[in-house]
Unconditional design. Structure first.
Length: 154
């Protein structure tokens, strides 16, 4: 008995579709992330968009980034695990910077980690991380080394 080419084609397309479903679930971002303009109460300098990478080890029900004064930088619910490239409205960094991170992982039984890397223009990348349980609020501190003062030329 010979199988019809139409059934063979249908079988191949069905297999491809079944392989596509889990890949779509892994690569699509179903949460909503909103980057709000930062309030300029921390610094008189204007804000600029700073490239950032947020890395979560577990799916978060809610995540928020704020300035120490409480101005919202980012709020997202839900937020999937993985690495996420973002543009955050921040005041231009000087020597140090601080960001408050609030996260909720209700389905988590143990601890997880959250990593944040900031890449401001003209400065090296600065990273900070925190470890916490089901729900936490932490202050992340970033340090940028000062450029060496130009010495006398000979």
């Amino acid at each position: 008995m010979r199988i019809s080419p139409l059934y063979t084609t249908f079988g191949i397309l069905a297999c491809l579709f079944l392989a596509w479903l889990p890949l779509r679930a892994l690569t699509s971002h179903s949460g909503t992330a909103s980057a709000a303009p930062a309030d300029n109460t921390d610094s008189p300098a204007a804000t600029q968009l700073v490239a950032a990478r947020l890395h979560l080890l577990a799916d978060a029900e809610f995540i928020a980034l704020r300035t120490p004064s409480g101005s919202e930088i980012l709020a997202a619910a839900p937020f999937p695990a993985g690495r996420h490239d973002l543009s955050l409205p921040l005041a231009p960094p000087r020597d140090t910077g601080e960001i408050v991170i609030e996260a909720s992982f209700p389905s988590l039984a143990g601890e997880t980690a959250v990593f944040l890397t900031l890449s401001p223009d003209g400065l090296p990348d600065a990273s900070a991380h925190t470890i916490g349980g089901a729900s936490f609020t932490r202050l992340l501190e970033f340090d940028w080394p000062q450029a060496p003062a130009p010495g006398p030329t000979r």
